[in-house]
Design a protein around this ligand. Sequence first.
Ligand code: HEC
Length: 154
Amino acid sequence: MQVSKWVNTIITTLTFTFMTAQASELLSTEKLVKDVEQRQTAFSQIDDQQEQIENMLDDDDYNWLQLENISSELTANSASLQRLFVPDSQLDSRAKDKVWDENQKFKAALAKMDNSFVMMNNAIKQQDSNAAKNALKQANKTCRSCHRQFRSLW
Ligand code: HEC
């Protein structure tokens, strides 16, 4: 009697520990999936937003209020990327393992893009169209070079 009670307690404890471990694993996978979705959304929005800004600047359509709005959203998206490439979040995303294997290099490439967008954002706030165009050009140079190295083709 005593022994079977003891065995029962152990089984209950083990089952509980196992279930908790499974639950927390599930939770962390869910979080990783969310991170992937968030970074893909951030990149897609950056893509749209930088095109809108480029068109507006090219057309000499200096609606500064609207430019400032789009630019500040873009800058927020760009900044968010720094915390969205957490380890083990390759999953079935297009991020190559190299993002984490050569993480310093990846972070530097991300910072290069981000710095250019911050410069563009400042120029727009100062209504300096030439400086904004130049900074945007710099930011655009970073897309392809990073994709070539760190994004898979499928
Ligand atoms: C530091 C590296 C880096 C830079 C710089 C970069 N990208 Fe990316 N980009 C990636 C990676 C990695 C992915 C794949 C993300 C994933 O699937 O998890 C990606 C994905 C994307 C996607 C696809 C989103 C989706 O739905 O799958 C778009 C669009 C995109 N980038 C646009 C841009 C544009 C525009 C720029 C430049 C303004 C840029 N990227 C700069 C690394 C970069």
